[in-house]
Design a binder for this molecule. Structure first.
Ligand code: 5GP
Ligand code: ZN
Length: 194
């Protein structure tokens, strides 16, 4: 892994400074935020030093979010949260303070600022609201993004098609050796015993 000696999260990953770690594997670490916005506020951090999500590989991104999901579920179950916010601040303009990519998981509770969400931080931009279609034209992704996992259903379908093809060609080769309905043999060449 390439660490940045100046980076506080790289130093946490290297255990050069302490943190309340709640999960770790070779690619990701998760620890509690030193200034929790709500009880159990956790950060999930890829071990590679990149500053924003767009710089992370597809594989690392997939793993990061699978870990985020498990940690969120575990926080909710063990702290009695009623929901949670997932946030990434990408870039200084978006409020990012630590320039090492991290996902905030913020458990939310019935009795504390219930329902306070997006609107409290980002009120609706009325001007942007009038240009939705123009913006959509500008930002449409025209290429298909292939899933990085094997699509089990498609694999199964492909497998079945191949099996069927093989069976058919076997049948037709046997059928070609038996191009007639036999009194003594089945289509697959096995004898018909009476
Ligand atoms: P950002 O604004 O960059 O998305 O959030 C950075 C977060 O990292 C903040 O919520 C801040 O409290 C947390 N943080 C900054 N330094 C440390 C630290 O040394 N240890 C821990 N556990 N959290 C930190
Ligand atoms: Zn770093």
């Amino acid at each position: 892994m390439s660490y940045d000696t100046e980076c506080v999260f790289c130093r946490i990953i290297e255990k050069k400074i302490p943190s309340a770690i709640i999960y770790e594997d070779p690619y990701v670490i998760s620890f509690l935020d030193i200034n929790p916005r709500f009880k159990g506020h956790a950060l999930v951090v890829p071990k590679v030093h990149v500053s924003t999500l767009d710089q992370l590989s597809d594989e690392a991104t997939a793993h990061l979010f699978v870990v985020v999901k498990h940690i969120a579920k575990n926080l909710v179950e063990n702290l009695g949260a009623a929901g949670y916010n997932i946030t990434i601040n990408n870039g200084r303009v978006a409020g990012q303070v630590v320039p090492h990519l991290h996902v905030h998981i913020i458990p939310r509770y019935e009795d504390k600022r219930q329902g306070v969400g997006f609107e409290a931080v980002f009120p609706v931009d009325e001007e942007a609201k009038t240009t939705l279609n123009d913006i959509a034209e500008k930002v449409k992704l025209t290429r298909e993004i292939k899933p990085i996992f094997k699509d089990k259903e498609k694999e199964e379908q492909k497998g079945n098609e191949e099996k069927e093809k093989a069976e058919n060609s076997e049948k037709s080769s046997k059928a070609s050796s038996l191009p007639y309905e036999s009194e003594y043999f089945n289509d697959d060449g096995t004898p018909k015993f009476k």
